[in-house]
Each structure stands twice: as C-alpha cells, then as structure tokens.
Write a protein that binds this ligand. Structure first.
Ligand SMILES: *[C@@H]1O[C@H](CO)[C@@H](O)[C@H](O)[C@H]1NC(C)=O
Ligand SMILES: *[C@@H]1O[C@H](CO)[C@@H](O)[C@H](O)[C@H]1NC(C)=O
Ligand SMILES: *[C@@H]1O[C@H](CO)[C@@H](O)[C@H](O)[C@H]1NC(C)=O
Ligand SMILES: *[C@@H]1O[C@H](CO)[C@@H](O)[C@H](O)[C@H]1NC(C)=O
Length: 352
C-alpha cells in the first residue's frame, strides 16, 4: 500500500516535471510567433538604468522610429535586410526542416547587455572577438573604456559575458521582446576559408588538430601516414570540405561553431533580429548600433587592418581545388546562409 502510494507520488512528480517543461517550451513558442508577426517596441516598464543610457529612448525605439534624420536611410537599408531574412524563412519553412522549438540551450550564443538593452548573437569568424570586447565595455559599468585594452583571450572567457540561456523563461521572453537583437554575418565561403586557415594551417594551437584534424585525416585521406593520423595538423582544404559534406559528420555531432551555419547558431527564423550587420560593412554597421544604443559619441568600434584577413581572392584560390560535385554539395550545406543574408552565388563556383 505504502509502496503503491510512493509510486503514485513519484509518477506525480514526473508528470509535474513534464508539464513544467512543456509549459516552458509552449511559452517560448508563443513568443516566436508573436515576434515574427510584429516586432514589439514596448518599453521596459521597470527599473530603467539611467546611469548607463543617454536619453530615454531605447535602441529599439531609435531603430524603428529614428529621431535623427541622418539615420533614416540606414533604417530603410536594415528594413530590407530584415525582410530578406523573413522572406527566406517563409520560403524555406514548408519544404525543409521540421519545425523545431528552441530551448534555452539554443540561446547560448546570445550575449545580453541589460544596461543598454542589447542582445548580440556572436558568430565566430565575423569580428566576434571585437564585438565581445565592445560588449564587455558596454556591460562593464566603467571597468573598461577602450575595447582594445581587453586581451583577445579574455574576451572569449564565457563568464565575462552573460548569455540569454542563463535567464529564466519569463526573463528570456522579456529580453527577446524589448531588447534590440543583432548579429553580424559574412560571405559564407569566405568565413569557411577563414575558419580553415585559422584552425588548420596555423601551428600555435593544437587543440583543433587533435580534436578535428585527426578525425578528418583518418576519414578522408587514403594511405595516411601514422604521423599524420597522430598529429592531425596538415588537413588539406579538400579534406576539410569532404568532411563537411559527409553526412556522417553532422549525424555524429553538430558542426563546431567556427564552421556551423549562422542559421544554426543564431536561429534567425525563430528569433526576430532587429538588425543584421555585415562583415563587409563592419565599421559602419557597428557604429550605427552603438549610435542607436546611445553610446556612439564616446564608444567607437575598433578598426583594425589585419593583413592576414581572408579575402575573396584567397577564397577563390582555395575553391579551385574542389571538384564541382563537392562544391555543389557544400553550397547545399550553406545555402540558407547565402539566401538569408543576400550573398550571391560566388562566380568562382562550378555548380552542377
Ligand atoms: C541584395 O544584394 C543586391 C546586390 O548584391 C542589392 O542590389 C540588393 O539591394 C540587396 N537586397 C537586400 C535586401 O539587401
Ligand atoms: C586553443 O584553442 C582552444 C579551443 O578553442 C582554447 O580553449 C585555448 O584557449 C586555445 N589556446 C591558446 C593558447 O590559444
Ligand atoms: C596506397 O598504398 C598502396 C601501397 O603502397 C598503393 O598500392 C595504393 O595505390 C595506394 N592508394 C592510394 C589511393 O594512394
Ligand atoms: C591545390 O592543389 C595543388 C596540387 O595538389 C596544391 O599544390 C595547392 O597547394 C592546392 N591549393 C590550395 C589553395 O589548396
């Protein structure tokens, strides 16, 4: 009898847990649909932090209702970029991908700045170190003034910035609704070559060689030497591409964030981004965001002329060695990023 009662209580607990989980997901779902239909411009009714924002308008209000005339044209440009994302999501939702509900874990790339009501989804290889530095200045409450005084490795320590998955569901929904959400994108294949060069052609950090290089050599190279199998430090671009298009790869585990699609990192079809910045116009778009946030007069996005930066010419070179069959398959993997962010099919590709 007692046993049975305990069993019932246990079942009850499980049911409750399931219910709470479902309810949580349900609330998230409702929010997505709302945000897709109309970007909400309501103000946070509670404790607005006056210390940290100049003026009383939020970045969202400034974006959708610019008071400064010189910002109106930029607002139109960003409206076009948003529409492009929405249209691509709509056009592809029927044919591909099962509709999926986001979980808090899907929000771990969304960096939150409560003081200026900003949410930044970081995409590796798209100026993310500098944007994380800027977010540290913005959230630092005076701890830093110049982004470049922050060492790069410090910008990547996860505890230095708060991400959206660390909040409760109501807190998440509130922030998604009232904060200005933005991300930065880059031509997908240029980003891919940049990731390859950074992680596989440089000797200084062996963690990617060990973690991914050894696997790629083992799977993609016939007659690999013992030395190559052990070190994994001489992956060819052709082998990297073969690894990416191999269906086993993504079945085993999600892509590493450095080559994962923006679509999968930031979920632009579920989260309504207010602003899509581009690597090609990095400074302009970044400073526009800082202006909307009310800090433009004293905080500028760091400019840097890195001579090692991956260019379009370099990308063309790298793709020359890839067969048209593999090019076609690779394009399929990154197709949504191309479409959503209005990048045309590169002219160097020989698609089948
Ligand atoms: C897409 O790119 C083309 C040229 O590359 C440009 O003319 C067009 O305005 C862009 N559309 C959007 C929505 O940004
Ligand atoms: C090497 O890369 C790993 C993974 O990205 C990172 O955690 C580590 O800090 C890096 N080490 C150095 C010395 O850059
Ligand atoms: C691998 O090595 C064997 C023996 O050395 C050779 O016969 C074979 O052709 C090689 N295969 C490839 C794909 O290079
Ligand atoms: C292309 O392939 C050739 C011959 O295998 C090689 O010498 C060259 O380095 C490759 N180019 C690139 C950019 O990988």
């Amino acid at each position: 009898m007692k046993q049975a009662l305990l069993e019932v209580m246990r079942m009850n607990r499980i049911c409750r847990m399931v219910l709470v989980t479902c309810l949580g997901s349900f609330i998230l779902v409702i929010f997505y649909f709302q945000s897709m239909l109309h970007p909400v411009m309501r103000r946070n009714p509670f404790g607005v932090d006056i210390c940290c924002r100049k003026g009383s308008r939020s970045p969202l209000q400034e974006l959708y209702n610019p008071t400064q005339l010189e910002l109106s044209n930029t607002a139109i440009l960003h409206q076009m970029r948003r529409d492009q994302v929405t249209d691509t999501c709509r056009a592809n939702s029927v044919s591909s991908r099962k509709r999926r509900v986001l979980t808090p874990n899907d929000l771990r790339h969304l960096v939150v700045d409560e003081d200026h009501e900003l949410i930044y989804c970081y995409v590796p290889k798209v100026a993310c170190t500098n944007w994380k530095r800027v977010m540290m200045v913005l959230t630092g409450r005076g701890k830093y003034s110049d982004p470049m005084e922050i060492p790069a490795n410090e910008a990547h320590i996860s505890s230095n910035l708060k991400t959206l998955n660390q909040y409760s569901i109501p807190e998440i929904n509130h922030r998604l609704k009232s904060y200005m959400k933005f991300l930065f994108v880059r031509e997908p294949f240029e980003r891919l070559v940049s990731a390859y060069r950074n992680k596989f052609t440089q000797k200084y950090n062996t963690s990617f060689h060990k973690r991914y290089g050894t696997k790629i050599v083992k799977r993609q190279r016939k007659n690999a030497t013992q030395e190559a199998l052990r070190r994994g430090d001489d992956v060819k671009f052709e082998e990297f591409v073969a690894y990416l298009i191999d269906p086993h790869t993504q079945r085993e585990e999600p892509f590493n964030e450095h080559w994962q699609t923006v679509y999968s990192l930031c979920h632009p079809c579920h989260i309504h981004y207010d602003l899509v910045g581009k690597y090609e116009t990095l400074e302009e778009d970044s400073n526009y965001i800082l202006q909307l946030a009310g800090v433009g007069s004293y905080l500028k996005f760091p400019t840097y002329a890195k001579s090692t930066r991956t260019t379009d010419e370099m990308t063309t070179e790298f793709f020359q060695n890839i067969s048209s069959e593999h090019q076609t398959q690779l394009f399929e993997v990154y197709k949504l990023d191309f479409l959503m962010f209005n990048y045309s099919v590169p002219s160097y590709l020989k698609l089948e």
